[in-house]
Write a protein that binds this ligand. Sequence first.
Ligand code: TXA
Ligand code: MG
Length: 350
Amino acid sequence: MTTGIIKINPDNFKGEELEEACHILKDGGLVAFPTETVYGLGGDALNPLAASKIYSAKGRPSDNPLIVHIACIESLYDIAEVTEDGLKLAKAFWPGPLTLVFKKKETVPPQTTGGLDTVAVRMPCHAVARELIKRSGVYIAAPSANLSGRPSPTQAKHVIEDLDGRIDIIIDGGSPDIGIESTIVDVSGSKAVILRPGYITKDMLKDVLCDVSTDPAIEGILPQKDIVAKAPGMKYRHYAPKGQLLIVEGSPDRVARKINSLVSEKDTEGYKTAVIATDETKDKYKCNIIKSIGTRKSENSIAASLYNILREMDYMEVQYIYSESFGAGILGGAVMNRMLKAAAGHIIQV
Ligand code: TXA
Ligand code: MG
């Protein structure tokens, strides 16, 4: 299959540019599109064949459910058993980077929900994503548009790297503002539970609902080895660069000393190494490749560069990557949650 590419400026487009993509969606095809978090790989959420195609294009395990993207709150009632807590959160944060899990209605095929009786729903705020949903008239099931296990795509070129020849069309709408995936909150039960941390933090959710807890499997910054996460996707190794990533946590000086000694060891053995640091600390390191992920003064700058940096490590064929730690203080632990998965839980404290 040849994958088409359409370039669109999200700040200045008419909507007609999306006609072809809309036809593809209506016909059960696959369209990668930009959202404010990461690029999504979209198909008709109510068409079981389209949903199945998404799994095969990504190489995704079939028990890992998809998020359904809608463009207005009314659509929620077509697909979900709406709860009071869910509605409150939807009204407070939609359109935006929040996904809500409800009991599903019959309309949603099991292929879309990985066989679960719940459905994850999100109303994105990205202009292109919204126009695509409205114009096509399709509720769009969309996981992140990467091959399963790879870092999520924050540029159209990342989507091309992973999915060229496997999907019908890619809409290139530039870089998303946020750069990490939406916060997922389960509102299907008696109490709201965070299943995946993201840009919408627990504190922000607690301003709307007093009672919000976190799935114990993702609580804290250290990996919870013996608890199975409630969001099926959270149990897989994920977001991973090809090289081995190790996170070193501790005071900035100790971290720099430890990383410098690890780098020198691996350099001597002939491996290609790199360091992921911040604007504040990058001068502390001795390594041929030192990448700043952003400034600790702006949590968003760090989130927005995370996946770009992990992919750059692959372009440079780095074999050992050493990174500073980004604790619970950065976007409620959302960045660290991704880093730990990318590092397959490899973290040392100094
Ligand atoms: O920001 C985002 O959420 C992006 C953009 C494209 O919207 N999408 C995204 O999708 O990150 P994906 O498939 O990469 O991650 C979806 C996560 C997975 O961990 C999946 O297991 C979980 O949502 N999920 C989906 N449906 C669920 C359900 N019914 N119950 C629990 N977890 C669910
Ligand atoms: Mg994903």
